[in-house]
Design a protein around this ligand. Structure first.
Ligand SMILES: *Cc1c(COP(=O)(O)O)cnc(C)c1O
Length: 428
């Protein structure tokens, strides 16, 4: 049984309302700038792996066939060497950063390690604790814990209610032993979005540095690192920036800290004269010193296409649509899903919410599998009971949201999810 056709549960008047919203959506034309090889697929996982931009296909061909195939090693001097800073500068406005403050480098996890270590190394020895919350991405917590222990300190994980950032408890936890506060700007499970200025000020008030992970914000929520005087930031390029699977991450170091902090994984790409092949390390001036080794050009090049699309649409317009989509999804969930024992597990205030909405249900995992296998809707599952619905404003439509909710209703009413209770998967 498949559930992709409008069935007995189809809400026709709701459909026309959604269609009208799409007709009035100024960002609707951006949908066609992405590859849609299956027009019937409703893809609600752009917060985990964004869609393929049409322009990126051209970039990939150009980089592989012409730059690698024809030009070979000459390409390093024809644009490859400067690509990490060039794409970093392109991305800077989406972070509220200035040119020269952002570089594409390694993965988010590795960048977090580099910047957290640099921050702790710059503190006096008795200031060696790191504060985070229990909404943070576990990989971040692993890194922060290992860094804190290396400096003889520890990671304090402040408990939340599972949805909202625990501001009061963070305020209590941050003190004169705190070297670093590190949080996800938008948290990966509930989608809670911190007030960047408020928390940065909290950290600074106690003499600690602030390191933001913007993976789930960048490209969907405006970020103002410079204006908030944030110290450090990292984040992914393969989520709302649509950079491609495993595309390298970015790191931000506020300009005045670049020559104060030391890259703990010093490598030749951060050396002031990499081709002098000196055995003594002399860091390059500025943000480039935070590079380590040779960058994966085939994965780096397509990021430019993804970032350019967000810049072309304008981050404020993207945010406006994102908020409209998530408000709409929550209203649909209240009306159609809550009676079926779903709960909305994201913040209710759109200002404090990123671009995905989590709904929880006891049978979340088999429902997720049924959505993918029988209803042609791709969400993702986060243990133990969350289904995340990612709303990527450049290509998610209101009709997508409406139809996805109707298909979930059809799954529950027809009980097809019970076919999937014993399913397993490596990547969820
Ligand atoms: C997606 C995500 C990551 C992933 O890190 P990788 O090094 O790319 O695997 C890390 N932190 C946060 C907050 C994320 O949302």
């Amino acid at each position: 049984m498949t559930l992709t056709d409008p069935g007995p549960y189809h809400d026709a008047s709701g459909y026309y309302e959604a269609k009208e919203r799409d007709e009035n959506d100024p960002l609707a034309p951006f949908r066609h700038r992405f590859v849609h090889s299956d027009p019937g697929l409703i893809y609600l996982d752009g917060n985990s792996l964004g869609r393929l931009p049409v322009a990126a296909v051209e970039t990939i061909e150009e980089v592989s066939n012409r730059q690698w195939g024809d030009r070979l090693i000459r390409s390093w001097n024809e644009g490859w060497w400067d690509m990490p800073t060039r794409v970093g500068d392109l991305l800077a406005p989406l972070l509220g950063a200035s040119p020269g403050e952002v570089i594409i480098s390694d993965s988010t996890t590795v960048n977090l390690y580099k910047l957290a270590t640099a921050a702790l190394a710059s503190c006096p020895g008795d200031r060696n604790r790191i504060v985070t919350d229990d909404l943070n991405f576990p990989s971040d917590a692993y890194v922060l814990d290992s860094v804190a222990r290396r400096f003889g300190g520890e990671l304090e994980i402040v408990a939340s209610d599972g949805i909202n950032g625990p501001i009061d408890r963070l305020t209590e936890a941050i003190d004169d032993r705190t070297a670093l506060v590190s949080l996800s700007h938008t948290t990966f499970k509930s989608g809670y979005t911190y007030d960047l200025g408020q928390v940065t000020e909290l950290a600074h008030g106690a003499g600690a540095r602030m390191l933001w992970d913007c993976s789930h914000s960048v490209g969907s929520v405006p970020i103002d690192l410079d204006a908030c005087d944030a110290d450090l930031a990292v984040g992914c390029t393969y989520k709302y920036l649509n950079g491609g699977p495993g595309s390298p991450a970015f790191l931000y170091v506020r300009e005045d800290l670049q020559d104060v902090l030391e890259n703990p994984i010093a490598g030749w790409w951060g050396h002031s004269r990499p081709f002098s092949f000196d055995l003594a390390f002399v860091p390059m001036e500025g943000i480039r010193r935070f590079q380590t080794g040779t960058m994966p050009i085939l994965s780096l090049a397509p990021i430019e296409a993804g970032v350019s699309l967000v810049l072309e649409a304008g981050i404020d317009a993207v945010r406006e649509k994102s908020m409209a989509l998530s408000e709409y999804l929550i209203s649909q969930a209240r009306e159609h899903l809550e009676p079926l024992w779903f709960e909305v597990a994201s913040p209710t205030d759109p200002e404090r919410r990123g671009s995905h909405v989590a709904i929880s249900h006891e049978m979340a995992w088999p429902i997720t599998r049924a959505m993918t296998e029988r209803a042609n809707v791709i969400p993702d599952f986060r243990t133990p009971d969350s289904i995340r619905l990612g709303l990527s404003p450049l290509y998610t439509s209101f009709v997508d949201v409406h139809t996805a909710v109707q298909r979930i209703v059809a799954i529950i009413k027809s009980k097809v999810h019970t076919d999937f209770v014993d399913d397993t998967a490596t990547v969820t």
